[in-house]
Ligand binder design. Structure first.
Ligand SMILES: Cc1cc2nc3c(=O)[nH]c(=O)nc-3n(C[C@H](O)[C@H](O)[C@H](O)COP(=O)(O)OP(=O)(O)OC[C@H]3O[C@@H](n4cnc5c(N)ncnc54)[C@H](O)[C@@H]3O)c2cc1C
Length: 386
Protein backbone atom coordinates (compact mmCIF):
# COMPACT_ATOMS: atom_id res chain seq x y z
CA UNK A 1 0.00 0.00 0.00
CA UNK A 2 1.33 3.46 -0.84
CA UNK A 3 1.86 5.87 2.03
CA UNK A 4 -1.37 7.78 2.93
CA UNK A 5 -1.67 11.22 1.36
CA UNK A 6 -3.02 13.36 4.14
CA UNK A 7 -3.09 16.64 2.22
CA UNK A 8 -6.07 15.53 0.08
CA UNK A 9 -9.67 15.99 1.30
CA UNK A 10 -12.67 13.85 0.33
CA UNK A 11 -13.69 16.45 -2.28
CA UNK A 12 -10.36 15.99 -4.08
CA UNK A 13 -10.95 12.24 -4.19
CA UNK A 14 -14.47 12.81 -5.53
CA UNK A 15 -12.97 14.99 -8.24
CA UNK A 16 -10.45 12.23 -8.97
CA UNK A 17 -13.27 9.78 -9.41
CA UNK A 18 -15.11 12.03 -11.80
CA UNK A 19 -11.96 12.70 -13.88
CA UNK A 20 -11.01 9.02 -13.92
CA UNK A 21 -14.43 7.90 -15.13
CA UNK A 22 -14.39 10.46 -17.92
CA UNK A 23 -10.84 9.71 -19.07
CA UNK A 24 -11.40 5.96 -19.13
CA UNK A 25 -14.67 6.30 -21.03
CA UNK A 26 -13.73 9.03 -23.51
CA UNK A 27 -9.99 9.52 -23.86
CA UNK A 28 -7.98 6.44 -23.02
CA UNK A 29 -8.75 4.80 -26.35
CA UNK A 30 -7.42 7.82 -28.24
CA UNK A 31 -3.83 7.42 -27.07
CA UNK A 32 -2.61 5.26 -30.01
CA UNK A 33 -4.12 7.80 -32.43
CA UNK A 34 -2.45 10.69 -30.58
CA UNK A 35 0.89 8.90 -30.68
CA UNK A 36 0.69 8.28 -34.43
CA UNK A 37 -0.52 11.78 -35.21
CA UNK A 38 2.08 13.46 -32.97
CA UNK A 39 -0.38 15.61 -31.03
CA UNK A 40 -3.75 15.56 -29.32
CA UNK A 41 -6.79 16.89 -31.15
CA UNK A 42 -8.20 20.35 -30.60
CA UNK A 43 -11.43 18.67 -29.53
CA UNK A 44 -9.54 17.12 -26.60
CA UNK A 45 -8.84 20.59 -25.27
CA UNK A 46 -12.44 21.72 -25.80
CA UNK A 47 -13.66 18.52 -24.11
CA UNK A 48 -11.52 19.38 -21.07
CA UNK A 49 -12.90 22.91 -21.29
CA UNK A 50 -16.49 21.65 -21.40
CA UNK A 51 -15.81 19.66 -18.23
CA UNK A 52 -14.50 22.82 -16.55
CA UNK A 53 -10.98 21.43 -16.26
CA UNK A 54 -8.90 24.10 -18.00
CA UNK A 55 -7.47 27.03 -16.03
CA UNK A 56 -9.26 25.95 -12.86
CA UNK A 57 -8.06 29.17 -11.22
CA UNK A 58 -9.87 31.42 -13.72
CA UNK A 59 -12.74 33.51 -12.34
CA UNK A 60 -16.39 32.98 -13.14
CA UNK A 61 -16.47 36.19 -15.19
CA UNK A 62 -14.19 34.36 -17.68
CA UNK A 63 -16.15 31.11 -17.56
CA UNK A 64 -13.82 29.43 -15.05
CA UNK A 65 -14.67 27.71 -11.76
CA UNK A 66 -12.32 29.99 -9.74
CA UNK A 67 -10.68 27.06 -7.93
CA UNK A 68 -7.37 28.27 -6.51
CA UNK A 69 -6.32 25.00 -5.00
CA UNK A 70 -3.41 23.28 -6.76
CA UNK A 71 -4.46 19.96 -5.22
CA UNK A 72 -7.16 19.80 -7.90
CA UNK A 73 -4.57 20.45 -10.63
CA UNK A 74 -2.44 17.75 -9.07
CA UNK A 75 -5.28 15.21 -9.11
CA UNK A 76 -6.18 16.14 -12.70
CA UNK A 77 -2.59 15.65 -13.80
CA UNK A 78 -2.21 12.36 -11.92
CA UNK A 79 -5.31 10.93 -13.55
CA UNK A 80 -4.40 12.22 -17.02
CA UNK A 81 -1.03 10.50 -16.82
CA UNK A 82 -2.41 7.28 -15.42
CA UNK A 83 -5.26 6.84 -17.90
CA UNK A 84 -4.09 8.64 -21.02
CA UNK A 85 -0.58 9.90 -21.80
CA UNK A 86 1.96 12.20 -20.18
CA UNK A 87 2.19 14.11 -23.49
CA UNK A 88 -1.33 15.59 -23.25
CA UNK A 89 -0.11 19.03 -22.21
CA UNK A 90 -3.37 20.59 -20.97
CA UNK A 91 -1.44 21.22 -17.80
CA UNK A 92 1.10 23.41 -19.63
CA UNK A 93 -1.82 25.39 -21.02
CA UNK A 94 -3.52 25.85 -17.63
CA UNK A 95 -0.65 25.93 -15.14
CA UNK A 96 2.48 26.92 -17.07
CA UNK A 97 1.14 29.57 -19.45
CA UNK A 98 -2.09 30.45 -17.64
CA UNK A 99 -0.38 31.90 -14.55
CA UNK A 100 1.28 34.61 -16.68
CA UNK A 101 -2.18 35.83 -17.67
CA UNK A 102 -3.52 35.37 -14.17
CA UNK A 103 -0.71 37.34 -12.54
CA UNK A 104 0.34 39.95 -15.07
CA UNK A 105 -2.54 40.58 -17.49
CA UNK A 106 -4.81 43.60 -17.08
CA UNK A 107 -8.54 43.01 -16.73
CA UNK A 108 -8.96 44.10 -20.36
CA UNK A 109 -6.39 41.47 -21.43
CA UNK A 110 -8.01 38.82 -19.25
CA UNK A 111 -11.38 39.57 -20.81
CA UNK A 112 -9.82 39.09 -24.26
CA UNK A 113 -7.76 35.97 -23.63
CA UNK A 114 -9.23 33.97 -20.76
CA UNK A 115 -12.65 32.89 -22.09
CA UNK A 116 -10.96 31.03 -25.00
CA UNK A 117 -8.34 29.57 -22.67
CA UNK A 118 -11.03 28.29 -20.31
CA UNK A 119 -13.16 26.78 -23.08
CA UNK A 120 -10.14 25.23 -24.80
CA UNK A 121 -10.77 27.05 -28.07
CA UNK A 122 -7.54 28.99 -27.56
CA UNK A 123 -4.65 26.59 -26.90
CA UNK A 124 -1.75 28.23 -25.12
CA UNK A 125 2.04 27.82 -25.19
CA UNK A 126 5.06 29.55 -23.71
CA UNK A 127 8.05 30.54 -25.84
CA UNK A 128 11.23 31.23 -23.91
CA UNK A 129 13.88 28.88 -25.32
CA UNK A 130 15.84 29.81 -28.46
CA UNK A 131 18.20 27.89 -30.72
CA UNK A 132 21.18 29.52 -28.99
CA UNK A 133 19.99 29.62 -25.42
CA UNK A 134 17.81 27.69 -22.99
CA UNK A 135 19.18 27.55 -19.45
CA UNK A 136 20.61 31.06 -19.75
CA UNK A 137 17.32 32.85 -20.31
CA UNK A 138 18.81 36.30 -19.74
CA UNK A 139 20.76 35.78 -22.98
CA UNK A 140 17.77 35.45 -25.34
CA UNK A 141 18.08 37.30 -28.64
CA UNK A 142 14.48 37.65 -29.80
CA UNK A 143 13.90 41.37 -29.77
CA UNK A 144 10.82 43.53 -29.30
CA UNK A 145 11.40 47.11 -30.45
CA UNK A 146 9.12 49.83 -29.15
CA UNK A 147 7.52 51.50 -32.20
CA UNK A 148 5.01 53.76 -30.51
CA UNK A 149 1.68 51.98 -30.67
CA UNK A 150 3.18 48.52 -31.17
CA UNK A 151 6.29 46.41 -30.63
CA UNK A 152 8.14 45.01 -33.63
CA UNK A 153 9.07 41.42 -32.83
CA UNK A 154 11.92 39.55 -34.53
CA UNK A 155 13.62 36.28 -33.66
CA UNK A 156 13.02 32.59 -33.29
CA UNK A 157 12.13 30.09 -30.59
CA UNK A 158 12.54 26.35 -30.40
CA UNK A 159 11.29 23.29 -28.49
CA UNK A 160 7.94 24.94 -27.89
CA UNK A 161 5.37 22.58 -26.34
CA UNK A 162 1.87 22.84 -27.83
CA UNK A 163 3.72 24.65 -30.61
CA UNK A 164 1.91 23.02 -33.53
CA UNK A 165 -1.63 23.20 -32.17
CA UNK A 166 -1.08 26.41 -30.18
CA UNK A 167 -3.02 29.62 -30.83
CA UNK A 168 -1.69 31.94 -28.13
CA UNK A 169 2.00 32.21 -27.30
CA UNK A 170 3.44 34.06 -24.34
CA UNK A 171 6.76 35.13 -25.84
CA UNK A 172 9.85 36.34 -23.97
CA UNK A 173 11.78 38.99 -25.90
CA UNK A 174 14.50 41.53 -25.19
CA UNK A 175 13.25 45.07 -24.83
CA UNK A 176 16.61 46.75 -24.31
CA UNK A 177 20.37 46.30 -24.50
CA UNK A 178 20.94 45.44 -20.85
CA UNK A 179 21.31 41.73 -20.18
CA UNK A 180 18.09 40.33 -18.77
CA UNK A 181 15.90 43.26 -19.86
CA UNK A 182 13.04 41.17 -21.11
CA UNK A 183 9.34 41.73 -21.77
CA UNK A 184 6.55 39.18 -22.14
CA UNK A 185 4.17 39.50 -25.07
CA UNK A 186 1.00 37.71 -26.09
CA UNK A 187 1.45 36.68 -29.73
CA UNK A 188 -1.35 35.01 -31.65
CA UNK A 189 -0.50 32.35 -34.23
CA UNK A 190 -2.48 34.23 -36.89
CA UNK A 191 -0.46 37.46 -36.65
CA UNK A 192 1.34 38.56 -39.80
CA UNK A 193 5.02 37.57 -39.64
CA UNK A 194 4.40 34.68 -37.22
CA UNK A 195 5.42 31.35 -38.71
CA UNK A 196 5.54 27.82 -37.51
CA UNK A 197 8.80 25.97 -38.23
CA UNK A 198 9.40 22.24 -37.96
CA UNK A 199 7.24 19.93 -35.91
CA UNK A 200 10.26 18.42 -34.14
CA UNK A 201 10.77 14.67 -34.01
CA UNK A 202 11.78 13.45 -30.55
CA UNK A 203 13.06 10.28 -28.88
CA UNK A 204 9.91 10.18 -26.71
CA UNK A 205 6.82 12.11 -25.77
CA UNK A 206 5.21 11.63 -29.20
CA UNK A 207 1.83 12.94 -28.04
CA UNK A 208 3.25 16.34 -27.14
CA UNK A 209 3.84 18.52 -30.19
CA UNK A 210 7.13 20.38 -29.95
CA UNK A 211 7.86 23.03 -32.55
CA UNK A 212 10.02 25.86 -33.78
CA UNK A 213 8.45 29.26 -34.29
CA UNK A 214 9.68 32.42 -35.99
CA UNK A 215 8.80 36.09 -35.81
CA UNK A 216 9.57 38.28 -38.81
CA UNK A 217 8.54 41.88 -38.16
CA UNK A 218 5.49 40.83 -36.18
CA UNK A 219 3.58 43.97 -35.13
CA UNK A 220 2.49 43.16 -31.61
CA UNK A 221 0.02 45.76 -30.34
CA UNK A 222 1.03 47.49 -27.11
CA UNK A 223 -2.16 46.05 -25.58
CA UNK A 224 -0.53 42.61 -25.79
CA UNK A 225 2.39 43.44 -23.49
CA UNK A 226 2.07 41.67 -20.13
CA UNK A 227 2.95 43.94 -17.22
CA UNK A 228 6.15 45.97 -17.33
CA UNK A 229 8.36 45.71 -20.47
CA UNK A 230 11.51 45.31 -18.35
CA UNK A 231 10.22 42.84 -15.77
CA UNK A 232 9.81 39.68 -17.85
CA UNK A 233 12.83 37.98 -16.29
CA UNK A 234 11.46 38.49 -12.77
CA UNK A 235 8.00 37.36 -13.94
CA UNK A 236 9.47 34.15 -15.36
CA UNK A 237 11.40 33.49 -12.15
CA UNK A 238 8.15 33.96 -10.23
CA UNK A 239 6.09 31.63 -12.43
CA UNK A 240 8.77 28.97 -12.80
CA UNK A 241 8.30 27.87 -9.17
CA UNK A 242 4.75 26.72 -9.92
CA UNK A 243 5.84 25.35 -13.32
CA UNK A 244 8.47 23.23 -11.58
CA UNK A 245 5.99 21.99 -9.00
CA UNK A 246 3.69 20.93 -11.83
CA UNK A 247 6.59 19.28 -13.61
CA UNK A 248 7.42 17.38 -10.40
CA UNK A 249 3.77 16.30 -10.15
CA UNK A 250 3.93 14.93 -13.71
CA UNK A 251 7.18 13.12 -13.00
CA UNK A 252 5.96 11.47 -9.85
CA UNK A 253 2.56 10.51 -11.29
CA UNK A 254 4.38 8.91 -14.19
CA UNK A 255 6.76 7.13 -11.83
CA UNK A 256 3.89 5.83 -9.68
CA UNK A 257 2.16 4.48 -12.79
CA UNK A 258 5.39 2.84 -14.00
CA UNK A 259 5.86 1.27 -10.59
CA UNK A 260 2.33 -0.21 -10.58
CA UNK A 261 2.69 -1.60 -14.11
CA UNK A 262 5.98 -3.20 -13.12
CA UNK A 263 4.60 -4.67 -9.91
CA UNK A 264 1.79 -6.33 -11.83
CA UNK A 265 4.26 -7.66 -14.40
CA UNK A 266 6.70 -9.20 -11.90
CA UNK A 267 3.85 -10.99 -10.15
CA UNK A 268 2.75 -12.61 -13.44
CA UNK A 269 5.99 -13.29 -15.27
CA UNK A 270 7.67 -16.55 -14.30
CA UNK A 271 11.31 -17.67 -14.52
CA UNK A 272 13.02 -20.69 -12.97
CA UNK A 273 9.63 -22.01 -11.89
CA UNK A 274 8.53 -18.97 -9.88
CA UNK A 275 7.29 -15.42 -10.40
CA UNK A 276 10.06 -12.92 -11.20
CA UNK A 277 8.78 -10.98 -8.18
CA UNK A 278 9.82 -13.84 -5.88
CA UNK A 279 13.53 -13.24 -6.50
CA UNK A 280 15.23 -11.32 -3.76
CA UNK A 281 16.69 -8.88 -6.27
CA UNK A 282 13.22 -7.97 -7.54
CA UNK A 283 11.90 -7.53 -4.02
CA UNK A 284 14.82 -5.31 -3.08
CA UNK A 285 14.56 -3.17 -6.20
CA UNK A 286 10.80 -2.74 -5.78
CA UNK A 287 11.08 -2.09 -2.05
CA UNK A 288 13.73 0.56 -2.63
CA UNK A 289 11.59 2.26 -5.28
CA UNK A 290 8.48 2.10 -3.08
CA UNK A 291 10.32 3.79 -0.21
CA UNK A 292 11.73 6.51 -2.49
CA UNK A 293 8.40 7.11 -4.22
CA UNK A 294 6.62 7.52 -0.90
CA UNK A 295 9.27 9.89 0.45
CA UNK A 296 9.21 11.98 -2.73
CA UNK A 297 5.40 12.02 -2.74
CA UNK A 298 5.26 13.24 0.87
CA UNK A 299 7.72 16.05 0.06
CA UNK A 300 5.91 17.00 -3.14
CA UNK A 301 2.49 17.03 -1.47
CA UNK A 302 3.88 19.39 1.14
CA UNK A 303 5.24 21.63 -1.67
CA UNK A 304 1.74 21.68 -3.16
CA UNK A 305 0.31 22.82 0.18
CA UNK A 306 2.98 25.55 0.38
CA UNK A 307 2.34 26.61 -3.23
CA UNK A 308 -1.36 26.95 -2.40
CA UNK A 309 -0.41 29.42 0.31
CA UNK A 310 2.09 31.21 -1.98
CA UNK A 311 4.82 30.13 0.45
CA UNK A 312 6.76 27.80 -1.85
CA UNK A 313 10.27 29.13 -2.45
CA UNK A 314 12.04 28.76 -5.83
CA UNK A 315 14.61 26.60 -4.01
CA UNK A 316 12.00 24.17 -2.71
CA UNK A 317 10.27 24.02 -6.11
CA UNK A 318 13.67 23.30 -7.69
CA UNK A 319 14.30 20.55 -5.11
CA UNK A 320 10.90 18.97 -5.85
CA UNK A 321 11.56 19.03 -9.58
CA UNK A 322 15.07 17.65 -9.17
CA UNK A 323 14.02 14.89 -6.79
CA UNK A 324 10.86 13.77 -8.61
CA UNK A 325 12.40 13.75 -12.08
CA UNK A 326 15.40 11.74 -10.82
CA UNK A 327 13.09 9.25 -9.06
CA UNK A 328 11.04 9.01 -12.25
CA UNK A 329 14.17 8.20 -14.27
CA UNK A 330 15.17 5.50 -11.80
CA UNK A 331 11.70 3.92 -11.66
CA UNK A 332 11.22 3.67 -15.43
CA UNK A 333 14.75 2.31 -15.85
CA UNK A 334 14.37 -0.35 -13.15
CA UNK A 335 10.83 -1.09 -14.33
CA UNK A 336 12.04 -1.69 -17.86
CA UNK A 337 14.84 -3.94 -16.62
CA UNK A 338 12.39 -6.04 -14.60
CA UNK A 339 10.26 -6.50 -17.73
CA UNK A 340 13.22 -8.18 -19.46
CA UNK A 341 12.98 -8.19 -23.28
CA UNK A 342 9.30 -7.26 -23.11
CA UNK A 343 10.36 -3.93 -21.65
CA UNK A 344 12.09 -3.07 -24.91
CA UNK A 345 8.97 -3.78 -26.98
CA UNK A 346 6.64 -1.04 -28.17
CA UNK A 347 3.61 -3.05 -27.15
CA UNK A 348 4.59 -2.78 -23.48
CA UNK A 349 3.75 0.54 -21.91
CA UNK A 350 6.95 0.62 -19.86
CA UNK A 351 8.97 1.10 -23.07
CA UNK A 352 7.00 4.29 -23.84
CA UNK A 353 7.37 5.44 -20.28
CA UNK A 354 11.13 4.94 -20.38
CA UNK A 355 11.44 7.16 -23.45
CA UNK A 356 8.91 9.73 -22.28
CA UNK A 357 10.57 10.16 -18.90
CA UNK A 358 14.01 11.22 -20.11
CA UNK A 359 13.04 14.79 -20.88
CA UNK A 360 11.88 15.48 -17.32
CA UNK A 361 15.46 16.03 -16.18
CA UNK A 362 15.92 18.61 -18.92
CA UNK A 363 12.84 20.73 -19.55
CA UNK A 364 11.47 23.36 -17.18
CA UNK A 365 15.11 23.73 -16.13
CA UNK A 366 17.73 20.98 -16.17
CA UNK A 367 18.74 19.03 -13.06
CA UNK A 368 22.00 20.97 -13.08
CA UNK A 369 20.15 24.29 -13.03
CA UNK A 370 17.91 22.98 -10.23
CA UNK A 371 21.07 22.24 -8.23
CA UNK A 372 22.42 25.72 -8.97
CA UNK A 373 19.17 27.24 -7.65
CA UNK A 374 19.25 25.10 -4.51
CA UNK A 375 22.95 25.96 -4.10
CA UNK A 376 22.19 29.66 -4.47
CA UNK A 377 19.75 29.28 -1.55
CA UNK A 378 22.63 27.89 0.50
CA UNK A 379 24.64 31.02 -0.20
CA UNK A 380 26.83 29.18 -2.68
CA UNK A 381 26.51 31.29 -5.81
CA UNK A 382 24.67 34.28 -7.19
CA UNK A 383 23.99 33.42 -10.81
CA UNK A 384 21.16 35.14 -12.62
CA UNK A 385 19.10 32.01 -12.95
CA UNK A 386 15.37 31.57 -13.39
C1 LIG B 1 10.31 18.26 -25.31
C2 LIG B 1 10.70 19.63 -24.89
C3 LIG B 1 9.71 20.56 -24.58
C4 LIG B 1 10.07 21.86 -24.21
N1 LIG B 1 9.08 22.81 -24.03
C5 LIG B 1 9.43 24.12 -23.91
C6 LIG B 1 8.44 25.15 -23.95
O1 LIG B 1 7.24 24.89 -24.04
N2 LIG B 1 8.84 26.44 -23.89
C7 LIG B 1 10.15 26.77 -23.79
O2 LIG B 1 10.45 27.97 -23.76
N3 LIG B 1 11.14 25.83 -23.75
C8 LIG B 1 10.79 24.51 -23.81
N4 LIG B 1 11.76 23.55 -23.80
C9 LIG B 1 13.16 23.93 -23.64
C10 LIG B 1 13.79 23.46 -22.34
O3 LIG B 1 13.26 24.16 -21.25
C11 LIG B 1 15.31 23.63 -22.50
O4 LIG B 1 15.74 22.64 -23.42
C12 LIG B 1 16.06 23.49 -21.19
O5 LIG B 1 15.77 24.57 -20.33
C13 LIG B 1 17.57 23.39 -21.39
O6 LIG B 1 18.03 24.40 -22.24
P1 LIG B 1 18.98 24.02 -23.49
O7 LIG B 1 18.31 22.94 -24.26
O8 LIG B 1 19.29 25.27 -24.22
O9 LIG B 1 20.26 23.43 -22.84
P2 LIG B 1 21.59 24.25 -22.46
O10 LIG B 1 21.22 25.42 -21.64
O11 LIG B 1 22.38 24.47 -23.69
O12 LIG B 1 22.34 23.19 -21.54
C14 LIG B 1 23.20 22.16 -22.03
C15 LIG B 1 23.82 21.44 -20.83
O13 LIG B 1 24.59 22.39 -20.06
C16 LIG B 1 24.16 22.38 -18.73
N5 LIG B 1 24.27 23.73 -18.16
C17 LIG B 1 23.84 24.91 -18.70
N6 LIG B 1 24.07 25.93 -17.87
C18 LIG B 1 24.66 25.39 -16.76
C19 LIG B 1 25.15 25.92 -15.52
N7 LIG B 1 25.04 27.23 -15.23
N8 LIG B 1 25.71 25.07 -14.63
C20 LIG B 1 25.79 23.74 -14.88
N9 LIG B 1 25.36 23.19 -16.04
C21 LIG B 1 24.79 23.99 -16.95
C22 LIG B 1 22.70 21.94 -18.77
O14 LIG B 1 22.27 21.45 -17.52
C23 LIG B 1 22.77 20.88 -19.85
O15 LIG B 1 23.20 19.68 -19.30
C24 LIG B 1 11.42 22.22 -24.11
C25 LIG B 1 12.42 21.27 -24.39
C26 LIG B 1 12.08 20.01 -24.80
C27 LIG B 1 13.17 19.06 -25.18
Amino acid sequence: MPFPRTHLEPEHEMFRDQVRRYLKAHMQAKVPHWRTQGHVDREDFTAFGANGWLCLWAGEEYGGPAIRDIRYDQVLQEETIRWTDIGFFHNAHSMLVGPYLDRFATSEQKARFLPGAVSGETIMAIAMTEPDTGSDLAAIRTRAEDRGDHYLLNGSKTYISNGVIGDLFVVAARTGEKRGRIGLFVVMAGMEGFSLGRHLKKMGLPVQDTAEIRFDDVRVPKENLLGDPGMGFAYMAECLAVERTMSAISSLSHAQAAFDITLEFVKERRAFGKPVGAFQNTRFVMADLRARLDAAQAYLDQCVVLANDERLTPEDAAAAKLLCSEVQGDVVDAGLQLHGGAGYMDEYEISHMFRDARIARIYAGTSEIMKEIIGRGLGLGDRDLT
